[in-house]
Design a protein around this ligand. Structure first.
Ligand SMILES: Nc1ncnc2c1ncn2[C@@H]1O[C@H](COP(=O)(O)OP(=O)(O)OP(=O)(O)O)[C@@H](O)[C@H]1O
Ligand SMILES: [Mg+2]
Length: 230
């Protein structure tokens, strides 16, 4: 479970990114996080991964309190979370297999586990057989599927995706979102940051709206901001 309570984040340069936000996401939920550029969406994602520490308030992630967590415990939380970014972040000098294997090595998986898990996750994302290809031998949509496979490889309970379709055309974006929906149906909690209202409206999911570091809406379905909420 994820729970933010009265979270304030002021960056070192004085920017108030979050001004006291609270929400809870249950295990197994699918949530869109939407809002204008600079509203604080990526800051929320970084609070969940421990990349950013709250200035005040509490951040609970899968049983860990991120506000008081010791540095050496951060890898333990990160094992419960798979992350996906707009720019894929694959290592271009490594094959697809080695990109995925690296993520498994990092948590101490055995060779045998790596050999059996990688074909499984590639099949899950619809990319069976690309193990020996390099990222630049794949289309953008395929590279993002590899990045999703990498996020899944250590079987995390939670997937966070920050603008995962930002570099893809509408058809590819819909495929990626549908894949994330499927991963959610298999049991993972999924949190997706997106600017793409059209895409959000195609999925009947919970939408949390952020503006100027505050929550201005939290409901299921499309994200029309009503006057009394703005
Ligand atoms: N490391 C940082 N140091 C200082 N200010 C930062 C830092 N990271 C983000 N900010 C500021 O905090 C605010 C929120 O940024 P954040 O990246 O969370 O926005 P966002 O909603 O993800 O925007 P976008 O849609 O453009 O990605 C912005 O004003 C931004 O300039
Ligand atoms: Mg962002």
């Amino acid at each position: 479970m994820i729970r933010l309570t009265d979270v304030v984040k002021t960056y070192e340069n004085g920017t108030d990114a979050l001004q006291g936000i609270s929400f809870e996401i249950e295990d197994g939920e699918f949530v869109f996080l939407v809002g204008p550029s600079g509203s604080g969406k990526s800051t929320i994602i970084k609070l969940l991964t421990g990349e950013v520490i709250p200035t005040s308030g509490r951040v609970m992630v899968n049983g860990f309190s991120m506000s008081i967590i010791a540095e050496r415990q951060i890898p333990l939380v990160r094992r419960t979370i798979g992350t996906i970014f707009q720019d894929f972040r694959l290592i271009s000098s490594k094959t697809v297999f080695d990109n995925l294997a690296l993520a498994m090595h990092a948590v101490g998986a055995s060779r045998k586990e790596i050999q059996s898990r990688i074909p499984y996750v590639l099949e899950l994302v619809g990319l069976s057989g690309v193990e020996q290809r390099y990222p630049d031998e794949l289309s953008g949509g395929e590279q993002q599927r590899v990045a999703i496979a990498r996020a899944l490889v250590n079987n995390p309970s939670t997937i966070v995706a920050d603008e995962p379709t930002g570099n893809l055309d509408p058809a590819r974006s819909l495929e990626i979102m549908t894949l994330l929906e499927r991963i959610n149906a298999l049991g993972a909690t999924v949190i997706v940051v997106t600017h793409e209202k059209g895409l959000v409206d195609q999925f009947d999911k919970r939408v949390i709206m952020i503006e100027n570091g505050a929550i201005v809406g939290d409901r299921v379905g499309s994200y029309e901001v009503k006057k009394n909420e703005a």
